[in-house]
Design a protein around this ligand. Sequence first.
Ligand code: IMP
Length: 193
Amino acid sequence: MKIIFATSNQHKLKEVKSAAPAGFEIISLKEIGFEGDLPETHETIEENSLEKAEYLSNQSNTACFAEDTGLIIDAINGEPGVYSARYAGENASFDDNVNKVLQKMEGKGNRKARFKTVITYYSYKSFVQFEGVTEGAITTERIGDNGFGYDPIFIPDGSTKTYAQMTLDEKNLFSHRKKSFDLFANHLKLITV
Ligand code: IMP
C-alpha cells in the first residue's frame, strides 16, 4: 500500500520510512511534486496535525497522513508544546530552540518532560488520529550528535542515552513518533484486509 506523508521535514520522513512495516510504502511530498508550506495555525497538536492532513488531502485529492509533535516540559508550564518548531522565534533553528529550553530550565530540579506526536489519517473527507507519547527528562546540556530538534537534550525513560546518542533503530524502541505510527499502521492493516 502506498501512502502520502504530508511533511516537509526530512528527518521525520526518514524516521517514518524506517518505522513502516513491510507492505507499506511511504511517499514524500517531493515525490508527488508538492512544493510549498503546509499550514500550521492552531493552538493544539491535534488541530495542527488535522489541518496539515486535510489541506494536503484536498490539494492532492487522495488519502494522506500528517503528524504534529510537541515537547512538553513540566517545570516550564508545558512549554514549548505546540510552539516547539518556533519556540525561539518564527525562523528559529533547532539550535536556537534548544538554547532557549536549556536557558529556561537552568537551575530547575524537576526535569520531567514528554514528547507527544499525533498522526492524522485523512481520507474521503473523514479522519482518524493516533497519539504516541514518550515520557523522559531534559538534560542540563546537549549530549549526542544524531537526530534532530530537541533530540540532544531528551532522555527517554528506560534509557541512559539522549535520543541524539541513539541510532534510528534504537530511537524507534522509545520513540513517540514510532508509537503513533504503529497504531496508525495497525489501523491501515485492519481496514485493508
Ligand atoms: P512540528 O511537528 O513540525 O511542528 O515539529 C515541532 C518541532 O518539535 C520540530 O521542529 C522539532 O524541533 C521538534 N521535534 C519534533 N519531533 C522531534 C523528535 O523526534 N525529536 C526531537 N525534536 C523533535
